[in-house]
Design a protein around this ligand. Structure first.
Ligand code: NI
Length: 216
């Protein structure tokens, strides 16, 4: 099987698995991450096949979407075995999918390759800006969270389990994650894109609070 066929088959697998995902991690999220990863990847001189495969597979074993306590990468690994990718490349792709996730404000999530840096940036860009706002409220609704509760302050989590089990209102998530992402981009290309999306979220929050207080 050539690379184009491998991509196409992987795309079909992910599209069928994520088509009706209701927490903001649907197929279109994966497809946007793939497009953005390829856009950034072109400037980083990296292996675009690895980037595209890792982007397509990055949420298949995500801790937010699976019941498992620890991420094992089992579905991803099975698929890479099944599709017959050389073991060295498969390991690289698998490692990227394990490195992508945000785990709390105080927890470092370093990447070990340029390809991982690119996919992590693309995934994080989809968490901010207009789409990021939409996805955040979708995820909050999926978890039965309030939109906002002024009596609950944001928490800068330095413990992954606590971050994972948080039941805080969705607005808090802006402070616990979204507004931090601009400074956690790896590549220069992503930093520029993040800057504009970050500003858009700040403007959004300003208007949100004004509407909340019936000022605007
Ligand atoms: Ni994702």
């Amino acid at each position: 099987m050539n690379n184009a066929e491998i991509i196409q088959r992987t795309e079909r697998l992910i599209e069928s698995q994520f088509r009706s995902e209701g927490s903001g991690h649907d197929w279109f999220h994966v497809d946007r991450v793939r497009k953005m990863a390829l856009r950034i990847g072109k400037y980083e001189g990296c292996d675009l096949f690895v980037v595209e495969m890792a982007a397509l597979l990055h949420d298949l074993d995500d801790w937010k979407l699976t019941e498992a306590e620890s991420q094992t990468g089992s579905k991803t690994k099975e698929w890479l075995d099944e599709i017959g990718i050389k073991s060295e490349l498969a390991l690289h792709i698998l490692r990227i999918t394990e490195e992508v996730s945000f785990k709390g404000a105080g927890i470092d999530t370093p990447v070990q390759s340029t390809e991982a840096a690119v996919v992590q940036d693309a995934d994080r860009l989809d968490a901010i800006g207009a789409i990021g706002i939409a996805r955040t409220f979708t995820y909050g609704g999926h978890k039965s969270r309030l939109i906002y509760d002024p009596s609950v302050s944001p928490v800068m989590h330095d413990d992954f389990q606590k971050y994972k089990n948080s039941t805080a209102p969705t607005i808090n998530h802006f402070y616990e994650k979204l507004l931090l992402l601009k400074n956690r981009m790896n590549t220069e290309t992503a930093k520029v894109i993040a800057e504009q999306r970050h500003q858009f979220m700040n403007d959004y929050l300003t208007q949100f609070y004004e509407e909340w207080e019936a000022i605007r």
